[in-house]
Design a protein around this ligand. Structure first.
Ligand SMILES: [Mn+2]
Length: 326
């Protein structure tokens, strides 16, 4: 089977047929593919509002697909191949076993030289993902879009040390991240201990660009800083949908106002990561239970589409987006 989007029945609407990520073949293979997209329907680690276990299918179903990039003038699947890898083996009543399954799956995929794209699920999955990358290819840089720093905003109780607000604290303590090459951007969750979050991240070498600063300096200036910090490091893009303002992404567990548009996000991704060594991504915290319009899942799908575009650009030898890139 050719690992490109399957053709729909001639002249039928784009939403017909059964849903897979980007209409790709549903096949658990690492042969003859550049990337795989896999669902991680796990949400046991949310702090309050559950439902992101329904995120992967919401993104599969979302009415959004751009096979052509206006920005770069390329048809994506002329250059890249991939599959809907199905969902990873998660057990929502057993977070520890789920952690191991995610770690093993990422190690296997990345170890085969294939780029994993995980669709969550809550953000706690980023920790076992980073453990898997470490096992397969070593420590990686992160570019982390979020409205929260997720570096553990409070002292965690001994009997419940992990949740979706701790994956990057966990990954730093487990030495999975090239912290000096990593950036967190968009933070604005206004709980008093947030300052401690930033402090934990920056004390461990990461750069934090809070929302207020991003609004102030703008996309291009932020991207220039990000490019310099990431350098040539292998980079994992971890995108929490609550980076976007709730007007664009209401369907999420912990929405925060004063955020960013989908356009801001894709421009920032383009300018920051064109020509960079992207080794994987995740898109997390899409919760369709709080969105009657499907727009959160559509926005999430658009974000993934932009990363696929950058993978295609790399194959096509495109390393510049306007005045950025080398
Ligand atoms: Mn998050």
């Amino acid at each position: 089977m050719e690992h490109k989007p399957m053709l729909r029945v001639k002249r039928s609407p784009a939403c017909t047929g059964f849903s897979t990520f980007f209409n790709l073949p549903y096949e658990k293979t690492l042969e003859d593919v550049d990337f795989v997209i896999t669902g991680v329907p796990f949400d046991t680690h949310v702090t309050y509002r559950p439902g992101t276990r329904l995120g992967p299918d919401a993104v599969r179903d979302a009415y959004a697909f751009q096979g052509y990039s206006d920005a770069f003038g390329i048809t994506l699947f002329d250059y890249i191949k991939g599959v809907d890898y199905g969902d990873l083996n998660v057990i929502n009543v057993n977070p520890e076993a789920t952690h191991d399954h995610i770690k093993e799956a990422i190690a296997e995929i990345a170890g085969a030289g294939v780029i994993p794209i995980c669709v969550g699920g809550d953000h706690s999955i980023a920790y076992p993902e980073l453990c898997g990358y470490k096992e397969a290819i070593g420590k990686v840089a992160i570019l982390h879009f979020d409205s929260h720093s997720d570096t553990g905003y409070h002292e965690m109780p001994e009997d419940a040390p992990h949740d979706h607000g701790t994956p990057f604290k966990d990954a730093i303590l487990d030495d999975c991240i090239l912290t000096e090459s990593s950036v967190q951007i968009g933070m604005r969750g206004l709980t008093p201990p947030m300052a401690q979050d930033y402090k934990f991240a920056t004390e461990h070498g990461m750069t934090v660009i809070p929302a207020a600063e991003l609004h102030e300096i703008g996309i291009k200036e932020a991207a220039a800083r990000i490019r310099k910090i990431i350098g040539d490091a292998p980079v994992f893009l971890t995108f929490d949908i609550d980076f976007l303002d709730p007007i664009y992404a209401p369907g999420t567990g912990t929405p925060e106002g004063c955020g960013f548009s989908t356009w801001d996000a894709i421009e920032l991704i383009r300018y920051s990561l064109i020509g960079k060594n992207i080794i994987g991504m995740d898109l997390v915290e899409v919760n369709p239970l709080y969105d009657t319009s499907e727009k959160t899942a559509q926005a999430g799908k658009r974000i993934i589409n932009e990363v696929l575009t950058l993978l295609a650009c790399k194959k096509a030898g495109i390393s510049k987006y306007e005045d950025f890139g080398e």
